[in-house]
Design a binder for this molecule. Sequence first.
Ligand code: IPD
Length: 265
Amino acid sequence: MNFEELTQRVIGIVKETGLYILAERKNFSDQKDVEIKGHSNFVTYIDKGSEKRLVEKLGNLIPGSGFIAEEGTSDVRGETYNWVIDPIDGTTNFIHGLTPFSISVGLMENNEVVLGVVYEISHDEMFYAAKGTGAFLNGSPIKVTAHADHQQSLIATGFPYCAFNQLDNYLACMKEMMEKTGGVRRLGSAAVDLCYVACGKFDAFWEYGLHPWDVAAGSFIVQQAGGKVTDFNGNNGYLFNGEIVATNSLYFNKFYEIVNKHLGK
Ligand code: IPD
């Protein structure tokens, strides 16, 4: 399969879906169009409409492919290929008229991600990578930063909204990050946080309580841009165990040491 060519077709589908989301946003009312899935976990008919479009069109690109999709439009699993889809990553931002929010699409071949597309809709930023091609933003190559020290680094995180039994450890980790690094940001879309590491706006990112659809595309784009991604114990479990550390390669050890100290097992 030619993943580079396939990525261009995925970009077309994602862009079209982004136009649907922007058009619907004009009619959207946070009073009647928001459903509560769980604590601090929301969904709108636009998330569902976006996912329906993505599932239908991406499925046509690879006959027999399956889906791991946030809103559960399809639970069909493919034998070799599975699309990992977040139809709006940053739904809370979207509901409140904030940015960023994005569409995130990854493709897994067996257990390996082979392409990733993240579209930050409000700024029209299309991040993408295919196996072996490097990473791109709107057609131009992107790379992680070369900052190696805490003071040079601007880092990002996602605040926990579940698994509060780890909250004290998270806050201890945050305290140390605040004391040591050049600054901490919380934007509200993990897929975008990862792409901002990939293109050098951020030097590092950590969060727990995530799902495969939040991180599959973005973590792959970071790696293709020269960065390093692990879970809180330095292993490869980040796609499915919900915890992720992503940094440029030079800063990894210093950043990971703090996360692992407070949140590792
Ligand atoms: C959320 C965003 C947010 C992160 C949450 C995710 P959703 O995804 O990525 O940044 O902090 O953990 O669940 O629910 O908007 O698709």
